[in-house]
Design a protein around this ligand. Structure first.
Ligand code: NDP
Ligand code: 8X3
Length: 251
């Protein structure tokens, strides 16, 4: 029986790469997204690759709708083997004392509360079945704050603590828990952060060879395919010319 992976925020970047990578590796894919058009485009790409999948339209911030979407999964898609909590975003790069309340709320509701809701809804089934894995997409931003990173960095620090907490709480079970902490990955991330200012977004990746979504999907798949007794607890993945969240050496 093929394993099932649920990827949140699968319509772009790292999530999309995970959906494709796991699908090509033989997983059945539940692709979550909050935008029907983007989900349908992704579904076309998965079809073109011959990947068995279904889409799950839900905004991870809407706990009730998310729960309903999970409960409404077809019976043969309910036993999720791998949950990839990827949906997330940064908004703004202002000093904390000038930050935007709405941006803060969106980051906290998505990166922390959305991840928690998904975990709370899916993990009990894994515990009951005695198998499963949760891969959270944290960030180098969670290791230390950087200029203007304030609330985004705090959400990713929360992801680290929440992931560690889950791993501890599941230690008596076969369910494994991984935190992948990417550095600079070229996706739609900076476009979203700068509210569609593409020039500013492009500058983030200038003069450095950034990571790709595919690089991060490789790490996620490695962790998922490790033998059952091996728990890849945490992985920090940086671009080669990046020292940490603040040190980026550009040519
Ligand atoms: P993208 O913007 O390319 O992708 C983010 C994905 O998350 C999109 O599919 C987006 O959907 C989805 N999403 C956002 N909010 C919600 C929501 N409320 N409900 C459901 N889906 C949602 O960025 P990345 O691929 O780079 O980001 C993925 C994850 O990786 C994030 O958690 C991010 O913090 C993390 N990360 C990214 C790094 C980078 O440098 N790019 C580095 C470290 C971590 P939609 O298009 O509809 O908004
Ligand atoms: C995304 C990486 O360094 O832009 O989490 O915050 S960074």
């Amino acid at each position: 029986m093929k394993k099932i992976v649920l990827v949140s925020g699968a319509t772009s970047g790292i999530g999309r790469a995970c959906a494709l990578k796991f699908g090509k590796a033989g997983y059945r894919v539940i692709a979550n997204g909050r935008n029907a058009e983007r989900l349908s485009a992704l579904s076309g790409q998965l079809d073109a690759e011959g990947i068995e999948h279904i889409v799950m339209l839900a905004d991870v911030r809407d706990r009730e709708a998310l729960h309903k979407a999970i409960l409404d999964l077809p019976e043969e898609w309910k036993n999720i083997d791998v949950l990839i909590n990827n949906a997330g975003l940064a908004l703004g790069l202002e000093p904390e004392y000038e930050g935007d309340f709405a941006d803060w709320d969106t980051m906290i509701d998505t990166n922390i509360k959305g991840l928690l809701s998904m975990t709370r809804f899916i993990v009990p089934g894994m515990v009951e079945r005695g198998e499963g894995m949760v891969i959270n997409i944290g960030s180098v931003a969670g290791d230390a704050a950087y200029a203007g990173g304030n609330v985004y960095c705090a959400t990713k620090a929360a992801v680290k603590t929440i992931t560690d907490g889950l791993r501890i709480d599941l230690a008596a079970t076969p369910v494994r828990v991984t935190n992948i902490k990417p550095g600079l990955v070229e996706t739609n991330f900076s476009n979203v952060r700068f509210h569609g200012d593409t020039e500013r977004a492009d500058n983030v990746y200038k003069g450095i060879d950034p990571l790709t979504g595919d690089d991060i999907a490789d790490v996620a798949l490695y962790a998922a395919q490790a033998p059952a007794h091996v728990q890849i607890a945490e992985v920090l993945v940086l671009a080669t010319n990046q020292g940490n969240g603040s040190v980026i050496v550009r040519k």
